[in-house]
Design a protein around this ligand. Structure first.
Ligand SMILES: [Cu+2]
Length: 484
């Protein structure tokens, strides 16, 4: 009797003999028959932020921001990524603990989606909560590439049991458009808790003195700002009823800006940071989010009116970064009032008992800015080394199962949203204060400050660490970890 492949595979008893060779072929065949859970199509398109402001950029499925993708905990997901552009693309599944070949970073070995081609991606989504997806290509000096485009979208990974202490969920994606190069910026810098460390200031001054270029490098500014793809006053308002508890999932989808968000007369009860529930939920008047950070916060709608929920920066809010919140029955022009400033302190959401497990190893990184060192762009070094996109060398080795403490010392005046791929980390010390129990994948490090966080090496494979400011990561601020 001739044995064809089908009957061979159908005969369970033979499977162990076929072993590893036959399985991938079988899996690929099965996958081809399977319908993808989601299809993402990367292509240029138009985003109408307002009738007078229509932007041409690269989008997912022609939408800005990209569609909300919902996954289920523990349930394998299949996503087809079509690249209709002329350049290679990568979709990064930010904040998920998944293998390197699907994570979406070339530095980790994820294959690109070639121009005018499709790549099928499959992974088991985790951890639960608010995550997001975005492009992970290098932009360098091209403001039509990378996260300067409209390639960003929210993800929610549904837990098997949702506590659900809210009436309604609203996702907010904060994002800028029309980037341009400038010298110097006007970003808020004084909102983080903690004080500058003199030694780091001295190190920064030394680097400034040694720099051949005496002018600071380029920064990126933006003309237009949006929430959920619309400038303030141009999208649908968030319609609420008195007494409602609204759970906001806020994502800073910027390429490099820090954002704040306030709703006059209301407070946010922060319940999760980067999608991970915090040990101590707290009421705050203003949310602060570094690039790529997410905050989930409940607002009790107990102050009827028509309000502007917006950024504290007047210029940016006037150019679009806000959304109207309208109570049922309320009328009139949307009102804005700036809340009194209060420092943003991650440790307030931590455990009262601040004892964390001891690390097996500590690694220290000193961050230095070299003004205008790369054709007018600032060059960034970690312990004297700028990441080389050519060499892509994993300098740092970790051992599976061990707990690592990473200590970052910032000898620059910039705030850096530090991001570790494929792992969550626990904050240990921020702005001089110890903490425990706050799990994140991005943390802002203040100018001339230090931050310490721990991660357990529990997801083997190449692992990228970088500053989430596109302009910083493209000019040296990256490091690659590999499992020994
Ligand atoms: Cu940075």
């Amino acid at each position: 009797m001739p044995i064809d492949r089908r009957s061979l595979l159908a005969s369970g008893a033979l499977l162990p003999l076929i072993g590893l060779q036959a399985r991938p072929a079988y899996a690929a065949e099965q996958a081809a028959l399977e319908k993808a859970d989601y299809t993402l199509r990367i292509a240029t398109g138009l985003a109408e932020l307002a009738p007078e402001h229509i932007v041409s950029t690269t989008l997912y499925n022609g939408q800005f921001p990209g569609p909300l993708l919902r996954f289920k905990e523990g349930q394998r997901a299949v996503v087809d990524v079509h690249n209709d552009t002329d350049t290679p693309e990568l979709v990064h599944w930010h904040g998920q603990i998944i293998p390197s070949d699907v994570d979406g970073a070339a530095e980790e070995g994820t294959p690109y989606v070639p121009p005018h081609a499709m790549r099928r991606i499959s992974f088991v989504p985790k951890p639960t909560g608010f995550r997001f997806y975005h492009t992970h290509v290098v932009a360098g000096g091209d403001l039509n590439r990378g996260t300067y485009t409209g390639q960003v979208g929210p993800i929610y990974i549904e837990p098997k049991n949702e506590p659900g202490a809210f009436d309604r969920e609203v996702f907010l994606v904060l994002k800028e458009c029309e980037p341009f190069f400038s010298r110097g910026g006007d970003m808020a810098m004084d909102f983080l808790a903690g004080a500058a460390i003199k030694e780091l200031g001295d190190l920064g001054k030394k680097a400034d003195d040694e720099a051949q270029e005496k002018t600071k490098g380029y920064e990126v500014g933006y003309d237009l700002f949006s929430i959920n793809g619309k400038m303030l006053g141009h999208g649908e308002p968030i319609r609420v009823r008195q007494g409602e508890r609204v759970l906001f999932h806020v994502l800073n989808g910027s390429a490099g800006e820090i954002r704040s968000l306030a709703l006059p007369g209301h407070t946010f009860k922060v319940v999760a940071l980067d999608g991970n529930p915090v040990p101590t939920p707290r009421d705050v008047p203003v949310l602060w989010l570094g690039t790529a950070e997410r905050i989930s916060a409940v607002v009790e709608m107990n102050h009827p009116g028509v309000w502007v929920m917006g950024d504290l920066a007047d210029d940016d809010r006037k150019r679009g970064i806000g959304i109207v919140v309208e109570y049922a029955g309320a009328k009139g022009k949307p009102q804005w009032a700036k809340p009194r400033p209060r420092p943003w302190d991650y440790t307030q959401f931590g455990k009262a008992d601040t004892v964390t497990a001891n690390p097996d190893e500590t690694m220290e990184f000193t961050i230095v800015k070299h003004n205008g060192a790369l054709n007018g762009f600032n060059r960034w070094t970690l312990n004297g080394e700028a990441f080389s996109m050519e060499a892509m060398k994993p300098i740092y080795k970790v051992h599976e199962g061990r707990r690592y403490r990473l200590k970052f010392r910032n000898a620059s005046d910039d705030i850096h949203p530090l991001h570790l791929h494929r792992h969550s980390f626990e904050l240990v010390r921020v702005g001089g204060k110890p903490t425990a129990g706050v799990l994140k994948d991005v943390v802002m490090l203040g100018g001339f400050q230090e931050v310490e966080f721990d991660f357990v090496a529990d997801n083997p494979g190449m692992t990228l660490f970088h500053c989430h400011q596109q302009l910083h990561m493209d000019f040296g601020f990256m490091a690659l970890f590999d499992y020994a």
